[in-house]
Design a protein around this ligand. Structure first.
Ligand code: OAD
Length: 276
């Protein structure tokens, strides 16, 4: 382990403590940013996309294509119905985010996940940037229509989800669709702006549970995280070539997301037992 890597581990451990207002940087990181992928939620029981047994194997590789929504919308609603049947609980990764948020050290969470577990765990909504949208909202598929429902409203109104639902507002036979970004669609520009601002401001960047294969998100860290920031990779797999080539990551933890996060931020997990 290099001196830099030991420094990173020490500073992470100290980041579990609340910021005390003094400017001493040795006490931990002050502006931590996470980039999250599906691997952060697999221990909750939600499959990732590309691993064996993942969503693309189960539902087909074209599941999240714009053309699928246009030509075979039922496929997307079937996926949503299966997702909504379960009550997934946040993982240790989300628990650490809540801890860092409470400690005043979280600058932002750029999440590619659409499962809404950051919100469910209780991370400050203003800090979470869902670059690929979220299954927690539905909106009219007509660009100019403002029809939208929360997932709770949608689930209450349409308990069976047997046929794709029409928008209640515009009456144009347009579908109410999950508010997620499909391949062939653009990312929301305000969400991208917030994500890039956070990435540029961080002093610690943690990339966790993502294959980093989907653009434009995959290039965001390379182009925006500054040299002064320390960078950690957490994944069963190594980083993609474009990140390995220039030694972007200071610390690569090829491990399960939950165990790596517990090793980095132990104080959030070493809680005294209520029976002790
Ligand atoms: P992927 O399925 O591409 O990658 C998940 C990564 O996490 C893989 O490298 C896995 O090996 C790793 N992994 C899974 N479980 C893990 C665990 N418990 N511990 C450690 N590593 C684990 O998912 P994403 O990178 O999130 O976009 O995919 C990015 C985007 O592609 C998604 O947001 C989605 C998809 O198409 C859209 O739908 C627009």
């Amino acid at each position: 382990m290099t001196d830099k890597q030991s420094e990173i581990l020490q500073k992470c451990a100290r980041s579990c403590e609340k910021v005390d207002g003094c400017e001493d940087n040795n006490e931990g990181y002050r502006n931590i940013v996470f980039l999250i992928g599906a691997g952060a939620s697999t221990s909750a029981g939600i499959p990732d996309f590309r691993s064996k047994g993942g969503l693309y194997e189960r539902y087909g590789p074209d599941l999240f294509q714009r053309l699928t929504l246009e030509c075979f919308p039922q496929k997307i609603y079937d996926f949503y119905r299966d997702f909504a049947k379960e009550d997934y609980a946040p993982t240790s990764v989300h628990e650490a985010l809540v801890g860092l948020n409470a400690a005043g050290r979280l600058e932002g969470v750029v999440t590619q996940n659409i499962d809404g577990l950051e919100d469910k765990a209780g991370v400050d909504k203003n800090l979470v940037h869902c670059v690929h949208g979220s299954l927690s909202r539905f909106r009219c598929s007509r660009y100019l229509c403002e029809g939208s429902l929360t997932a709770e409203e949608y689930n209450r109104l349409l308990p069976t989800h047997e046929t794709p639902p029409q928008c209640y507002l515009c009456g144009q036979n347009s579908l109410l669709r999950p508010d997620i970004v499909l391949f062939g669609e653009s990312l929301d520009s305000a969400t991208v702006g917030d994500s890039l601002r956070a990435l540029r401001a961080c002093d610690l960047f943690v990339c966790i549970g993502t294959s980093l294969r989907v653009q434009p998100t995959a290039s965001m860290p390379l182009e925006n995280v500054t040299k002064r920031a320390h960078r950690i990779w957490i994944n069963r797999d190594p980083p993609p070539d474009m990140y390995q080539e220039n030694g972007f990551f200071d610390l690569c933890m090829q491990d399960e997301c939950d165990s790596a996060i517990k090793a980095l931020f132990p104080l959030f997990f070493n809680k005294p037992s209520p029976h002790a």
